[in-house]
Design a protein around this ligand. Structure first.
Ligand code: SAM
Length: 217
């Protein structure tokens, strides 16, 4: 569905800060070409930046929010005015709780499902929905990559993350930082396993999930 609002480009300072370190990990983890579905693309800064630096990739940004879709479209227009970016597709509306996901931009299996900073700003049910959607759509060697702050069992939580968690829960009792172990359990229930975790700046983590190897190995 095309955005209902005229394109209004929003800027997230955090996305400006974290797009370079995330891109460095994507360049390390991803093959030279593939198809990526971005869930919860927000402002669209990540989509524009990553598509510009991953020229072999088709990148489909999505978000459920009309203002976000408008902003993603505006960042896409700006990126395409600066460079030829045929792989950066127009944004599509996607709420991970929808069944099935109404994403038509990428008809076949996908090589990457990328989702940054959604799990703590959405009800917990969105985590299982994200994992189910990923398991349904990922190619056999595909990867689900999430980014954000997590609570980690046995590790002290950084004061900034504790304050962020309290603020989120005050804004919406269904929100809050997620336990990394619980996220990994939800992934396993959908047939994915936590393959790698990378410590990122500002007490964030990048998590890489892949399909369980065949034969339970
Ligand atoms: C904090 S923003 C993150 C945006 C961007 N990924 C980033 O890291 O800058 C959270 C995003 O999650 C999206 N979101 C919330 N609930 C969602 C859901 N049920 N399905 C998909 N996206 C959702 C919001 O619309 C919002 O754009």
């Amino acid at each position: 569905m095309s955005p209902a609002l005229p394109p209004i480009r929003q800027t997230s300072p955090a996305a400006e800060r974290n797009k370079a370190p995330i891109l460095a990990e994507l360049l390390r983890l991803l093959p030279a070409q593939g198809a990526a579905l971005e869930v919860a693309a927000g402002t669209g800064q990540h989509a524009a930046h990553f598509a510009a630096h991953l020229p072999g990739w088709t990148w489909q940004p999505t978000d459920p929010d009309a203002a976000a879709l408008s902003s993603i479209a505006a960042w896409r227009a700006q990126a395409q005015a600066q460079a030829h970016l045929p792989g950066l597709l127009p944004p599509q509306q996607l709420d991970v709780l929808a069944e099935p996901w109404p994403v038509t931009g990428l008809p076949g299996p996908i090589d990457l499902l990328y989702c940054a900073n959604m799990l703590h700003i959405a009800p917990w049910a969105c985590c299982a929905a994200l994992m189910r959607g990923a398991a349904q759509r990922l190619a056999p060697a595909g990867q689900l990559i999430t980014y954000g702050p997590y609570l980690v069992e046995g590790e002290p939580t950084a004061p900034g993350n504790l304050a962020f968690d309290a603020d989120l829960r005050q804004r919406n009792p269904a929100w809050g930082l997620r336990q990394l172990g619980a996220v990994a359990t939800a992934a396993r229930a959908a047939g994915l396993q936590l393959h790698e975790q990378v410590a990122m700046p500002a007490n964030n983590r990048l998590l890489v999930f892949r399909r369980h190897p065949p034969h339970g190995g």
